[in-house]
Design a protein around this ligand. Structure first.
Ligand code: NAG
Ligand code: NAG
Ligand code: NAG
Ligand code: NAG
Ligand code: NAG
Ligand code: NAG
Ligand code: NAG
Length: 304
């Protein structure tokens, strides 16, 4: 009795093993390529053979029910029921099973379609963004691709790597000097793409003068130098000792200099040589106009 039970269990086990011994594998294929998924029916006969994508029935014997322009049942021998999948798109990533209709599974293939990296622009940081100085800035690059792509952040026109990887670049307490172009560089084994994001840090005007008191002799050329920092800077000007806005004229020259990369402007006002007189003694004021406020700095000029 014990022997019989043992034999029975053995037979049952081998049956289970046998019924489990279908073809099972994973295959990777590049978008637009083609691939043959293998299926072998050893007991060739009158049984109908089907291919399924997930739970969707694709084929029955030689007949293709779905994706007709991509699928073909390939029979190099009577036992084989291979599925030829061509012009593959991303949506073909799935589990494919070949089975006897309503019966045993013959093969189970996981198909992974590999694609080059893509950036989903609609959920990534726009190409131009503004952050208020000292706020918490986050730049995002949402990507897709198979194998999952790597994201590397770079900065500036020279595209220097900044040592940050992953979909978010965080800049806590962002400062004005962080104003620059940032690049999210995305790659996998099938290629690379990138997105440039211009980041401008906004802050109110800060105005300083080089010399807040100046002494000069009549007839000497006088230079008043003002340094204005602001982003955005809407306007910058000098007023003279009669509180009028200084313009280029027979008497004055105005010269503006900007620095690259940092939002600094120098506004230099000159009283031309052999023009200045004691009547030019007084307070000169330099103004910087920002989006929400106005700042100034003064020079006390005395001419003797
Ligand atoms: C087929 O393969 C997939 C992925 O490996 C698995 O999840 C699924 O259970 C398998 N199906 C069968 C019947 O073994
Ligand atoms: C992706 O780019 C990074 C950074 O430039 C590089 O280190 C890596 O080797 C690249 N990976 C592939 C798969 O090309
Ligand atoms: C302006 O100030 C600088 C230093 O702050 C000084 O070296 C220079 O002599 C001053 N210029 C005049 C005209 O007073
Ligand atoms: C102040 O500037 C205005 C405009 O440039 C000019 O008309 C005026 O004469 C200036 N004042 C003096 C005292 O030079
Ligand atoms: C943002 O800042 C950069 C660098 O200073 C500058 O070149 C660019 O014009 C600014 N963008 C805008 C929209 O002002
Ligand atoms: C200064 O102003 C006074 C009064 O307007 C004028 O009489 C005088 O000629 C001026 N001096 C110079 C050097 O321009
Ligand atoms: C210059 O700024 C000061 C505050 O810093 C302000 O009190 C003054 O009125 C301003 N001057 C002018 C002419 O706007």
């Amino acid at each position: 009795m014990e022997e019989i039970t043992f034999v029975l269990i053995f037979v049952l086990q081998s049956l289970i093993v046998k019924s489990n011994a279908f073809l099972q594998y994973e295959v990777r294929v590049k978008e637009n390529d083609e691939i043959t998924l293998r299926c072998v029916e050893k007991r060739t006969g009158s049984r109908a053979i089907q291919w399924l994508k997930g739970s969707l029935i694709l084929t029955t014997n030689n007949k293709v029910h779905k994706h007709n322009s991509h699928l073909l049942v390939d029979k190099p021998s009577p036992e084989e029921w291979n599925l030829l999948v061509s012009r593959i798109t991303k949506s073909f990533t799935d589990v494919y099973t070949c089975r006897v209709k309503q019966g045993e599974i013959l093969s189970n293939v996981t198909l992974i379609v590999e694609t080059g990296p893509r950036i989903d622009v609609s959920v990534s940081t726009p190409e131009q963004t503004y952050f208020t100085e000292h706020s918490h800035a986050i730049l995002k690059c949402k990507v897709s691709g198979e194998p999952p792509p790597k994201i590397t952040w770079k900065r500036g026109t020279s595209e220097t790597e900044i040592g940050i990887t992953g979909e978010s670049l965080r800049i806590p307490h962002i400062e004005r000097y962080a104003t620059d172009v940032y690049i999210c560089y995305v790659n996998n084994t099938h290629g690379d793409v990138k997105r440039r994001m211009m980041v401008n840090v906004t802050f109110g005007p800060e105005v300083t003068v080089m010399n807040s008191t100046l002494h000069s002799s009549a007839g000497e050329e006088v230079f008043l130098v003002c340094r204005i920092q602001a982003y955005p800077l809407l306007d910058a000007y000098w007023t003279n000792n009669t509180n009028e806005i200084v313009k280029d004229s027979w008497k004055y020259t105005l010269h503006k200099e900007k620095e690259d990369n940092i939002p600094v402007t120098y506004l230099i006002m000159t009283i031309k040589p052999s023009i200045s007189s004691i009547n030019d003694t007084g307070i000169y004021t330099c103004f910087g106009v920002g989006e929400n406020n106005l700042k100034n700095a003064t020079v006390k000029l005395s001419i003797s």
